[in-house]
Design a protein around this ligand. Structure first.
Ligand SMILES: Nc1ncnc2c1ncn2[C@@H]1O[C@H](COP(=O)(O)OP(=O)(O)O)[C@@H](O)[C@H]1O
Ligand SMILES: [Mg+2]
Length: 235
């Protein structure tokens, strides 16, 4: 089976700063993988590097078997990748529905969710469809940021700390959303600080430290790995 995402020996720089050192990561279609690590470990940089948003990159990033290391961001998106950045990127002056309609559909052949499907998955976004971006709660903004990429037809979702700063009841809603997306066959890479949120959702785990992958294991190994995770993450 061709991996949805296969990163080999990825190195990345921001200017002179060498941030990622030979990162290797492989995600099969339909898998949910979480990238854990302390602040500054290089998780966001990994997602940004996949999207071509860092400085120089070296190594290999294959998306559905296509080498994308030399591609500009828009071409990478058109391979079927949806990136939800930590800062969410909701347009404050646009309504919920305008935000949803903003990103263009990708040329992958995948149609993406219709507005109707999105509203049935996120009923509170339908209630708020005429509200301006600024009027939405943090949780609603986060739902909108994810919903927006579902409409484009992206099948590989890169989600950066979606649970951050949100109330437990909202985080539970996001967990249900991830479970639904997994059942629909989406491939998901979640960067998380919130171990308790990620742990029950992920099929596999990667732990980063100082721009390198230092641990990787499957969910059935989680309890055996708790001592090392406690040491690496302080969870
Ligand atoms: N735009 C940037 N320019 C220079 N250095 C950066 C930039 N963004 C992040 N870094 C550095 O890269 C390292 C990894 O950061 P990041 O990927 O944001 O970590 P994480 O998401 O795991 O918290 C940190 O040392 C951070 O200071
Ligand atoms: Mg980060």
């Amino acid at each position: 089976m061709t991996a949805a995402l296969e990163i080999s020996n990825l190195q990345t720089w921001y200017g002179e700063s060498h941030i990622l050192h030979n990162v290797n990561l492989k995600v099969q279609p339909g898998e949910v993988v979480t990238l854990l690590g302390r602040n500054g470990a290089g998780r966001t940089t990994t997602l940004r590097a996949i999207m071509g948003l860092t400085g120089a990159r070296k190594g290999s990033i294959k998306i559905n078997g296509v080498e994308a290391i030399g591609f500009p961001t828009h071409k990478i998106a058109h391979l079927g990748v949806g990136y939800c950045p930590e800062e969410r990127g909701i347009f404050a002056s646009l309504s919920t529905e305008e935000n949803l309609l903003l990103p263009p559909q990708l040329s992958t052949g995948d149609k993406g969710m219709s507005i109707k499907e999105i509203y049935s998955m996120f009923p509170n976004l339908e209630e708020r469809k005429h509200s301006q971006g600024t009027r939405l709660s943090g949780g609603e903004q986060q739902m909108l940021a994810v919903a927006r990429i579902l409409r484009t037809g992206a099948r590989l979702l890169l989600l950066d700390e979606i649970s951050e700063g949100l109330a437990p009841v909202i985080v539970q809603g996001l967990a249900r959303m991830i479970t639904t997306l997994k059942s629909k066959g989406y491939t998901i890479v979640m960067v998380e600080q919130n171990f308790r949120f990620a742990a029950p959702l992920a099929d596999r785990f990667y732990v980063m430290e100082h721009g390198q992958i230092v641990e990787t294991f499957v969910s059935s190994e989680l309890s055996d790995k708790m001592p090392v995770l406690t040491e690496l993450l302080g969870v």
